[in-house]
Ligand binder design. Structure first.
Ligand code: CA
Length: 225
């Protein structure tokens, strides 16, 4: 289970993260709204703990984007103000729970456990499949079902692969890929998409899969058999 903590008070974020790691969760932290939104949209989290008052992009705006993009993570909102307004807005927008600051860390952990238990059959969600490929999104291990060979996929390549597997046999433009994998404000020239794609193609080949990511002239790329 992977959790994202978006909280600009770094001490609080780090305490939450440490405590959750002790509970055997995998945890990432973001100290501002922009980074938080970027990570949230990677769609690799089961749960996002989201502070409302954040620099750059506030928590409610992040929540709106999360829902707009069909991200399935459960959301627990943190709010410094005990303003009823914020809470109601949050629930309107699809938050699953909230805590008012200051809170006891044990209280938060209990709420986290409840949320993740409620997700129930999370196991099926852990695996993305296409053709002979099976990607475990918790462990980043890619397996070819024909050869039974596996390989670990590093972070950027994982984001790329996950995006392709969620949009199999569809043409995806370079711009869409940059936005999804590197973030909206990326300078396109500075990232070498072709290089990452070739690393990824090699790994898919090494494990003996017949899947390929083809360049479609002037349009983008497409994953196919
Ligand atoms: Ca804050």
């Amino acid at each position: 289970m992977r959790i994202l903590v978006v909280e600009d008070e770094e001490t609080i974020a780090d305490i939450i993260a440490t405590k959750l790691r002790r509970e055997k969760y995998e945890v990432d932290t973001s100290y501002d709204g922009e980074d938080g939104l970027y990570k949230a949209l990677s769609n690799i989290y089961d749960l996002i703990i989201l502070d409302i008052m954040l620099p750059k992009i506030n928590g409610l705006e992040i929540l709106k984007e999360i829902k707009k993009n069909g991200i399935s993570a459960n959301i627990i909102l943190l709010t410094a103000k005990s303003l009823l307004d914020d809470k109601l807005k949050g629930f309107d927008m699809g938050a699953d729970d909230y805590l008012t600051k200051p809170f006891h860390i044990e209280e938060l952990i209990a709420r986290v456990n409840v949320q993740l238990r409620n997700m129930g059959n999370a196991k099926t969600k852990n695996i993305l499949e296409y053709s002979d490929l099976s990607l475990n999104i918790r462990t980043s291990i890619l397996t070819c079902k024909c050869t039974n060979e596996s390989i670990n996929i590093p972070y950027r390549e994982f984001l790329l692969l996950e995006y392709f597997m969620n949009n199999k046999e569809q043409i995806i433009s370079k711009e869409q890929i940059y936005n999804k994998v590197w973030g909206i404000d990326t300078d396109y020239e500075s990232n070498n998409l072709e290089a990452y794609l070739s690393f990824l193609r090699k790994k898919i080949k090494i494990i003996g899969s017949k899947v390929n990511i083809k360049a479609v002239r002037n349009l983008g790329y497409k994953m196919e058999e």
